[in-house]
Design a binder for this molecule. Sequence first.
Ligand SMILES: [Zn+2]
Length: 318
Amino acid sequence: MKNEIDRAVEKDIWKDRTFETLVDKGAVELGLELKCSKCGNWGWHSLKELDHEVACALCRRKFKFPHLEPSSSQKSRWAYRLVGPFALPDFARGGYAASLTIRFFARIFGRQRETEITWSAGQILQLGPRDKVEADLILWHQRKSMLALDYQTELIFGEAKSFRGENAEEKRAIADAFEQEDVDRMKRLASRFPGAILVFATMKQASELSAGEVARIAKLAEWGRTYIRERRQTRAPVIVLTGTELFASFSLSEAWKAVGGQHAELASGILWRSERLRELADMTQQLYLGMQPYSEWRRERWERRRLVQERRRAVVAT
Ligand SMILES: [Zn+2]
């Protein structure tokens, strides 16, 4: 397990502290893996339960601690394991993805001193007497201003998935992280809170998103691009975060530059528009949903509307 963490934070300059932090916070626990002399299987044992005789969790028999060769790698090895809420299946039921998403908005995206974040995870919102909807993650994001009043706080709803959906195992072997019901739920939240930002965050890499997932989220993103005149903003900007963003070690622009290609191209514009969630939505929609840049999309729509009106006028004139 330590190796997996090392791999995930390979490029992280603070990586030596990462594992220490996990131990300090009680996310992982050190124990000893022992090979059962009765059935030959390896089992993990906490330091507290080590004794002259140890019980095998598999064959249920007791076997002797390897007193003669306690350091032989054939019989024992030190091992960490996840404990408490971190040991829940499917990567703590999306808990890691949710924590990484909060970390992304607090540390990776934008400058730390210029944004303030408040968050809440796993809330059920009562929208009406018989209308409940669950949000994995709710964030309030505020950009600070040095000289003027602070910007308006943005409300963010997040759907965070580790690699797959919650009940993925029962459904099929390789399941999508984001199912239609997840997208529908986000749409209900957006309809109730116009202007709120919707985040789909997964620990998967972009290439691992299925065509179905991309189409599903893109359809919602297109709906969200509609401009609401009274609010002077779009209906529901959709942000997609993948492993690239969630595992970024320092900043978004650095992480995107490392990916190269279109990521690197967009990264060059990040510096002057950091903290702007709507622009992040626009950029990630281009990167992960194959959508046009928002400005281009809007121009085309205006152009189309203008043509229709012209044609109508021509019809009236004749
Ligand atoms: Zn055994």
